[in-house]
Structures are given as structure tokens and as C-alpha cells.
Design a binder for this molecule. Sequence first.
Ligand SMILES: *Cc1c(COP(=O)(O)O)cnc(C)c1O
Length: 415
Amino acid sequence: MSTSANTGFVKNDEPVNRQTFDEVMVPVFAPASFIPVRGSGLDLWDQEGRHYLDLTGGIAVLGLGHTPREIVDALVEQANNLWHVSNYFTNEPVLRLARALTGATFAEKVFFCNSGGEANEAAFKLARKWAHDRFGEKKNRIVSCFHAFHGRTLFTVTVGGQSKYTEGFAPLPPQIDHIPFNDIAAAEAAIGDDVCAVVVEPIQGEGGILPADPEYLARLRRLCDEKNALLVFDEIQCGMGRTGKLFAYMDYDVVPDIMTSAKALGNGFPIAAMLTTTEIANSFSVGSHGTTYGGNPLAAAVACKVFETINHPDFLARVVDAGKKLRASLESVVRDYPDVFSQVRGKGLMLGLVMSEKYHGKAAEITAEAGKQGLLLLLAGYDVIRFVPALIVSDEHIRQGEKLLRQSINAWLKK
Ligand SMILES: *Cc1c(COP(=O)(O)O)cnc(C)c1O
């Protein structure tokens, strides 16, 4: 091992730029050419002082936008009181947050951790443990969907349904099968007596903004009941107000056994939760699972305030309203560029603008052009431009976004 590269003291105020990323960061990301330094609501500014309208919501994380005043206040107040005490103690913010989450959902128990992947890891471990305790070690198969995304730990990436993310990481955890999303016959064939859990995103996010059919989720519920398997909803992207309901399952009339939440739960401060019933939670006991930072007072105080803000009828009603307006805006774009786009799909403020066959694989060219025009957009796969803006998006933001989007499409078509 070489120690020679460490030649001395690097002052922390030396300028950094995009090239620094390539020099010192493990190359798993390909970030934009500019570096954001400040944000407020849906406004973002880079190192050069350039302004961007941010419709990415930090990938469905910033429900309340950048640096929301009331959340900053909650964070600073908690930062002045208590940051961390370890799991040998509990703390007030985490108990308040657990009470709020269980009070507002099907769940009776919560486990907190730091990321979506960890929440799913806990969910899948719990499902295996529960089935093992009640039915023996042969009941261990996990069924999930192609194009699903559940995180990047080896277990969760294997449960996720995109083989490009597991290539080269074998051996993978066994007894995990994938079925086509929204395909009832495939679910009936795959969910046998050896299945301990069926995992699904009520609206597939990374897979392309695809809502589950109501009959599909209802059928999964019945199949799980018949086969004594747990139904796990990954609401990490579609939950926390994004669809206009607090959680997406509330619109489906299908109640899961385990649900995971992250992303918008902390509005950018890392926190995630796995929610379940007392009966299922009791398969875990002291020492069966854990985390150093999960449910720490800082993260929990932030999430408490976020949750209190989002879980309000007026707030959720505005998400529905804004979702309708954004959808109408995107549909007008589809109408005016029928060659380029085929449809708008999704729910609430989780919408996808789908490329036509003719421009298959070209979505990234449009989002790149949008960046140049000062509009930040996301992709979901190669053929969907994903809109998951802050839930506080205003009518004016939507108008401005449409204008910049049309400008970007025109500039791109001219190339
Ligand atoms: C983002 C996401 C995850 C992973 O969350 P991390 O915090 O990146 O680990 C899991 N499931 C879904 C549906 C997601 O959108």
C-alpha cells in the first residue's frame, strides 16, 4: 500500500470545481458540469451565480424545496440541544416522529435508519425472519418486479429488477424472483407457498413513472393473504405527499404489511423508516437488527417538522391541484410535439413525459439542453423525462417550467 501520495496538508478553502470530482471521487456518478452552491424553494444557483429553476426536487427528496425556513429552524434548534446519544438511549424527537407516523398510517411500529436502501434491507430481513419464525426456513423466497428499484446494498439491489445494477457483483443473495409489473397472471404463477414477501412500488419511479393498476395491487394483497406472504410497499419515492395522499397506498385501498419511506421524509436530511404492524415487528428482538445513526435526534427533529407540514389536508390538496396543473402543462407539450412525445403518465406530482418511438433513447438530450436553458429536469430510464418537483411548486413555477421546456425542445430539434 502506498502512503506516498499523501504529501501534506491541503487547506480546506482551496477552490474546487467539477474537475476535482474526477480527481478525487469514486466514479459512480456523472454529475452536471456546474456545481450548485445555494438553493431556496425551487431556485438554485451555481458557483458562477447562474440561476436554475429546479424541477428535480433532489430526486423526489425536497418535498418542501431547498432550505425551507421552518425546517432550518427545527434543525438549528435541535442542533443546539442534542445531536446523538446512541441506541443505549432513546430521544424525544424520534418518539414524536414514530407516534406521528404510526398515528397517520396502518403501521403500529417503526424502525428508523438513514437511507431508503437501509429501510428496504430492514424490511426484507424482517420478512425473512417473520416467515422463518412462523413457517420454517423453507419459506424464504422474495418476489419483486422487473424495473423496480429498491436500493444499492447487495440484498436490495438484487431484489430490485434491473440486472445492469447487479452485473459483476455475484454471488447474489439467493431466492429472489422477478415478475413483470402489473401482470396479474405472472404474479399468480410466481407467488407460491415458499414466498415470504412480495415487494412492489405502488408507482415505479426509477423504472419510468409507472403507476400500479388498482386491480394489480388488490390481487397481490389477496395472493399474499392466501400464501401467508407479507406485502411490502416501497414508498420511498411515491410516498410523503407526492401523489396528493400522505402515502400512495391510501389511494389504492390496499394496505401493506410493511412499508418503507425515505427521500421526502427528511427533505434532504438523511432519514428513512420501515413501518409495520406489532405482530410482524415482534419477529425482531433486541439485537436482531440495528444502526448507529438511525433515528438520531437531529434527523428525527427535521422529519417531525417535515411530516407535520406535509400531513395537512390543505397541503395535500394543493399537491393534487399542482399535479393537475403540471399534468395539463405537460399534456399541452405532448399535443404540440406529437412527434417527440407519446404521453404523460403518473400521479400527483410524480409525472413522466414519455418519448415517442421515433425519439427512443433521446430523453437525455432534452434534459441536457434544458440544463443549458436554466431548467433542471430528471430522467427515469432512457425514454421518460421525470417530473418530481418540490411539492410547494407554484403555478408560476409550472408556467416558467413549461416555457423553458418548450425552449429546450425547440433548441434540441434545431440541432
Ligand atoms: C431512491 C429509492 C430507493 C433507495 O433509496 P436510497 O436512500 O438511495 O438508499 C429505494 N426505493 C425507491 C423506490 C427509491 O426511489
